[in-house]
Design a protein. Structure first.
Lengths: 179, 179
């Protein structure tokens, strides 16, 4: 029986870490956005091909990030630097857990600015300066988050499509029942 | 060289509130401390006897640590979202080990740790003796140990870092209990 024509597999995002990364194309882009080692560790926690655990964590992260950004907006309008620092620290943790490098780095800066320190957390800055920096940083981190959200949703969508294709192939190739 | 007392199916930690209720705890070997730790950790991975309390206001990082501990080491995990909730839990149920976030609203991880060890608190006596491992995006700091913590695992946690720290904490406690 002839094999089902193979559709070209979608790129296995995050799986080609051993290949040289010249910074171009999908691989370079995603490496800038995502720490693949960390994200792969999250994927390895999945028990089945439905990726229930990692997907639940990522979707929960989306909800958490949206809520945290709303709280950051409020804290910024209240000029509450202490709260902004805490929120930055909070979102840094879960961003790091998934491997979102840019978002994590920006959250860390917000944590420092909220403590009236520079982005490295060493030199002191004024309250006015801190608020100014956070104001522009907040817009930046929201964009970085949107980028990450799009990437992750595409990742799971492609994964789900691949799994569905494999399931269909397995059904098609199974021996036909005979009377 | 002190050795962890272990059988093929459980590990007895001196001072631990949970020695297996059904499995004999008498040692039947004279292994080196390194291989005893390894055997102990192997035993931990196949027995559900280790009860772990995770104290973390971030659901995502709490769930990820819980997954690592339950899937890789067979722990039975309970998560609480605040220091106050943790103290309540520790006053009514015994655990073997605690992973404690540091930066939490109201009661920090440091304050919670001090409260656990404070005389006059409602925490069960057995829970005052169990190891507490800091679980945080912050770097390891002396103040954790000064407050009474026994170890540190950086966020995001992975199987390797958790394993190393569990081994170190268990070995350290075994040595100190033999003096």
């Amino acid at each position: 029986m002839p094999s089902t024509p193979r559709v070209e597999d979608p790129p296995e995002v995050g799986r080609n870490r051993e290949e040289p990364n010249d910074g171009d194309g999908e691989e370079g882009y995603s490496s800038d956005l995502l720490d693949h080692e960390t994200f792969d560790q999250l994927l390895e926690m999945d028990d089945d091909v439905d990726h229930d655990f990692s997907k639940s964590i990522v979707w929960h992260y989306f909800e958490q990030a949206e809520t945290t950004f709303q709280e950051m907006d409020k804290a910024l309008s209240d000029e509450n630097l202490v709260e902004l620092s805490k929120l930055g620290h909070f979102l840094k943790g879960s961003s790091a857990a998934i491997g979102l490098k840019k978002v994590k780095a920006s959250c860390e800066k917000m944590q420092h600015y909220g403590n009236m320190k520079d982005e490295t957390g060493t030199e002191s800055i004024s309250e006015e300066d801190a608020l100014k920096k956070i104001s522009s940083l907040l817009e930046k981190v929201k964009e970085e988050y949107k980028e990450a959200e799009t990437y992750l949703k595409n990742f799971y969508s492609e994964r789900d499509d691949t799994d569905n294709t494999k399931n269909t192939d397995e059904k098609d190739s199974s021996p036909a029942e005979k009377d | 060289m002190p050795a962890i007392t272990c059988t093929s199916s459980s590990v007895h930690l001196t001072g631990s509130p949970v020695a297996s209720p059904t499995t004999p705890t008498a040692s039947n070997s004279s292994e080196s401390s390194v291989s005893a730790v390894t055997a102990g950790m192997a035993a931990l991975s196949i027995t559900p006897l280790v009860k772990t309390l995770i104290v973390d206001d971030n659901n995502i990082t709490a769930k990820m640590l819980s997954k690592i501990l339950s899937k890789e080491f067979g722990h039975r995990t309970t998560c609480t979202g605040s220091g106050k909730e943790a103290l309540n839990k520790l006053s009514i149920e015994t655990f073997d080990i605690i992973f404690m976030d540091i930066d939490m609203p109201e009661l920090s991880g440091i304050e919670t740790t001090i409260a656990i060890h404070a005389t006059g608190s409602n925490v069960l006596e057995k829970n005052r003796q169990i190891p507490i491992i800091a679980y945080t995006t912050n770097p390891c700091e002396d103040r954790y140990f000064e407050a009474g913590m026994n170890g540190w695992v950086g966020k995001p946690a992975n199987q390797s870092t958790v394993r190393k720290e569990l081994e170190r904490v268990y070995t350290s406690r075994q040595r100190s209990s033999s003096y």
